[in-house]
Design a protein. Structure first.
Length: 81
């Protein structure tokens, strides 16, 4: 029932021979992309702005952590007295 069916002829089919036409048709034309200086400037400005925002968030997180440690130590000293 699940046995494979073999071909009647014992010879394998001929292998595909690569020709020059096959190699040329395999290449696709590359689309032309023109990048203006305004687009490059916009990407650079956007990167600088995002980097500055990330730095601001990091500085804020560090300052909040330092303030939390200072407040915790002050409250712990207050409860000991």
């Amino acid at each position: 029932m699940f046995l494979p069916k073999y071909p009647d002829s014992p010879t394998p089919p001929p292998a595909h021979v690569h020709t020059v036409a096959d190699q040329v048709s395999a290449r696709r034309p590359v689309p032309q992309i023109s990048v203006s200086t305004g687009a490059v400037a916009a990407v650079l400005v956007g990167g600088v702005v995002l980097t500055a925002l990330l730095a601001a968030v990091a500085v804020t997180a560090v300052s909040v952590a330092v303030a939390a440690v200072v407040l915790r130590s002050l409250l712990r000293d207050q409860h000991r007295r």
